[in-house]
Ligand binder design. Structure first.
Ligand SMILES: [Zn+2]
Length: 396
């Protein structure tokens, strides 16, 4: 039998798969928050969010829903973009001093990730670097955590259905991923109307983050056929709906589609990620790029690097993005790279690192930090630090 028969590994092996999140999905879902708070037995949740979400009026909207249901809650709105451990400790202090018994996390990736790490530290001792996924830190996540309900206000990170929290830590000197099943939110409330007011650039950058999760997971070297099916569906949704919501920000179906794709991306990346995320995790602290934007700019170069290793999968990406079948595999693989480059450009994002303000002299440091990031271990083509430098140069 052909070793690639049905895309199954040879020999077949046992793999752990899980898809457990409870998700309330659809317009108006946020009004059901009190039911979820009560179902989980919370009497005083900490609402973790950031200044942007407050300014957009979304924190008020959630506090009104809680207030009308008579639920006492405490607001912590001091999460900064790309949070550090300072944000997490400030949130922990707010949680403990107010005697909270659970968390409602509201926002994009930053508040959701910071909230999960606050949740972790309510029952686990610092430092956060102890729980670093790159050093097998999940083995220290052993105590029960208070319930967390996640309400995304972007369609990007998918943190509402993921088991990870990310923060920049002083100890490790990098964006550090904490990954543990206990960090999976007890409920996700995904209301596409909360993303209607998201500005175009944020819509584009977060949408491309969701797309990169799906694409990197689909190509990654792990074995997870369920993740593959979900990832290819997410690729299809972003390709068809990102251009729609860029043109019409209150397009309900388009925003719903993007929200589904964001969840699919995070569900899928339990399989693994790749070099785009390794580089993005270095580009944010060194060059100040938004995470989704960093992914978007380097993704075509990462795909080109991987082309020889995963032609068949890249060809299927082209088909999912709406390309007609018929061309030979390698041609379709090339088309997939062009389609992604166009998706990024049409969303109004820079397509070169130099256009995003990255300097040539920063690239060696970026490659070095990217190589220390665990994401590249999922990349389908084995990658050295020199390879990462080459990809970053190609994207400059
Ligand atoms: Zn990402």
């Amino acid at each position: 039998m052909d070793s690639t028969f049905f895309d199954l590994p040879t020999p077949p092996r046992v793999t752990v798969l899980s898809w457990p999140t409870r998700i309330l999905l659809g317009p108006g879902a946020v009004k059901r928050l009190p039911d979820e708070v009560q179902r989980l037995g919370l009497t005083r949740p900490l609402l973790v969010t950031d200044a942007g979400v407050v300014k957009a009026g979304l924190a008020d909207r959630v506090m009104t829903v809680l207030g009308e249901a008579g639920i006492v809650h405490v607001l912590f709105d001091r999460v900064t973009p790309d949070p550090t451990e300072r944000d997490v400790f400030a949130g922990l202090e707010a949680y403990q001093s107010a005697g909270c018994d659970g968390i409602v996390a509201l926002g994009g990736g930053s508040p959701l990730d910071a909230a999960k790490l606050v949740q972790l530290l309510t029952s686990h001792p610092p430092p956060l670097s102890r729980y670093d996924d790159a050093t097998g830190g999940d083995r220290y996540v052993t105590h029960p955590l208070p319930p967390l309900i996640a309400i995304p206000t972007t369609a990007g990170t998918g943190s509402e259905v993921s088991r990870s929290g990310v923060a920049f830590l002083q100890d490790t000197g990098r964006k550090t991923v904490v990954f543990a099943p206990a960090l999976l939110p007890r409920a996700a409330i995904c209301d596409p109307e909360l993303t209607f007011g998201l500005p175009p650039r944020a819509t584009a950058a977060t949408g491309l983050d969701a797309f990169t999760h799906c694409l990197e997971a689909y190509l990654s070297n792990g074995f997870h056929p369920l993740a593959d099916a979900v990832a290819i569906d997410g690729i299809r949704r972003v390709a068809r709906s990102l251009p729609v919501v860029m043109g019409e920000p209150t397009h309900l179906q388009g925003r719903l589609d993007m929200m589904i794709a964001a969840m699919e991306g995070a569900m899928a990346f339990q399989k693994g990620l790749g070099n785009a995320h390794a580089l993005a995790h270095a580009l944010t602290p060194i060059a100040g790029l938004h995470h989704g934007l960093a992914n978007a700019v380097v993704l075509p170069s990462v795909m080109a690097f991987n082309r020889s290793t995963c032609r068949a999968r890249l060809a299927r990406v082209a088909l999912a993005m709406g390309e007609p079948s018929g061309a030979v595999e390698d041609v379709l693989a090339g088309i997939a790279i062009d389609r992604v480059r166009r998706l990024v450009a049409d969303a109004g994002l820079p397509t070169r690192l130099s256009h995003a303000g990255v300097k040539e002299q920063d690239l060696p440091r970026i490659a070095e930090l990217a190589f220390r990031d665990a994401s590249h271990q999922g990349n389908p083509r084995p990658t050295t630090e020199a390879d990462l430098l080459g990809i970053a140069r190609a994207a400059l």
